[in-house]
Design a protein around this ligand. Sequence first.
Ligand SMILES: [Zn+2]
Length: 176
Amino acid sequence: MDVTTHAAVGTFAALGLAKGKEGSTEIWAAVFLGSMAPDIDAIFYLIDPRFYFEQHRTLTHTLGGVTLLSVVTAGLITVSSKKSSLFVLVLYAFVGGLIHLALDALPGYPLRPLAPLSSYDYALGLFWWRDPFFKVTALIGIGLILILPRFLARPFLVLGLLVMVGKVAVAFFLPR
Ligand SMILES: [Zn+2]
């Protein structure tokens, strides 16, 4: 999906998981940065656009790549703030990375998260790469989490994710 959808859904997940928690800033940063990190391969574009189009959505969009990026992301956060445990932040960043891969499976571009073990392409081809539904749902969720009491943050995160999964299920099982 496009970068604004990743940013909106990443912010939604980060807020929902972090609000009211001890070390919430670090948790927020880990989930958000973890959800954006796989597209760091966009820097290849600055080096060589052709190389970028060959390599985009490959190395950094595998479970191995996401794990490595989660360790780096969590490491950078713990270096700048020693409030949270590295291991816990790696897990939060990894959750963010999985959300990124889930969103990137929705359009029709190849996605092989199990490479190099398996080259199976998980792209579902169900949505346009800039489909606004997920971004709009996330933005509504962000608004609700910001104004509602903290104990409602996780329920609203779960509700928002269920709405998104429901939309995917409808598109999958009831194709037009
Ligand atoms: Zn991506």
